[in-house]
Design a protein around this ligand. Structure first.
Ligand code: GLP
Length: 242
């Protein structure tokens, strides 16, 4: 059963999640973090950066694995998740860039990139704490409805809804890649602790389906019900259908 915490706003949720990450790093300086992109986790990363500024902690050994990446963006594209993770997470937190991995979205190596990424996670000892957002379509990472609960890192096709949602980051909707590389729901299930965040009324259905709905691959977020240690941080609007 997930622990659901309803907070006043994103800032309060970010502070709570950042405190959990900080505690983990304090106990385990080489902790392995699962890093999500999107707007949702930004308050977590900025609260953690602020906390580290006020009260420094050695984060040089922290390791991280991004959830997903677009396929086929040119190297260095500002909206590639490699670039986003560097800008929003690695730099503000002062993490060691070599310790942070992002799935490889290069079309030339897609056939092997998924298994290579899974092996890298295993070699790191698994993910200790996975930060998650959720899409309006209910996707987690880029696991769109229909994704298997046993899936590992692999290539997926984005739904039209997700491409429209993510068009805000690109010059034109046609520029949003059609394919992505994402950790699977099976990968996410193996992380030791999941923190799922969601804010705003447009996430209320996805949160209700994840927390209380039937466990079904047509609602990828419902995978959290199969996990023994989940914290859901939401505002009133995202909690409104619970
Ligand atoms: C993106 C990411 C997801 C994220 C979701 C929600 O497509 N791949 O990891 O959870 O969409 O994004 P946002 O937090 O901006 O609403």
């Amino acid at each position: 059963m997930a622990e659901v915490v309803i907070l006043e706003n994103e800032t309060a949720a970010g502070i709570l999640a950042a405190a959990a990450i900080r505690d983990l790093i304090d106990r385990q300086p080489d902790a392995v973090l699962g890093l999500a992109t999107g707007s949702t986790p930004l308050s977590v990363y900025s609260a953690l950066a602020e906390s580290l500024r006020r009260d420094p902690l050695d984060v040089s050994r922290v390791r991280g694995f991004a959830l997903d990446e677009y396929v086929g963006l040119p190297e260095g594209h500002p909206e590639s998740y490699r670039a986003v993770i560097t800008r929003d997470v690695v730099e503000p937190l002062g993490l060691t860039p070599a310790n942070i991995q992002v799935p490889n979205g290069n079309p030339a190596t897609l056939a092997t990139a998924g298994v290579a990424y899974e092996n890298a996670i295993l070699a790191a000892g698994g993910i200790d704490l996975q930060i998650l957002g959720i899409g309006r379509s209910g996707h987690v990472g880029f696991n769109e409805p229909g994704s298997s609960f046993a899936s590992i890192t692999r290539v997926k096709t984005l739904t039209e809804k997700t491409r429209i949602d993510n068009a805000r980051f690109f010059a034109s909707p046609d520029d949003v890649p059609i394919h992505c590389m994402t950790q699977g729901l099976g990968t996410i299930r193996r992380a030791r602790h999941l923190i799922l965040l969601a804010f705003g009324a447009e996430k209320a259905d996805a949160i209700a389906a994840s927390v209380e709905g039937p466990v079904t691959s047509s609602k990828p977020g419902s995978v959290i019900q199969l996990h023994p240690h989940v914290t859901v941080l939401v505002d009133e609007a995202a909690a409104s259908r619970l």
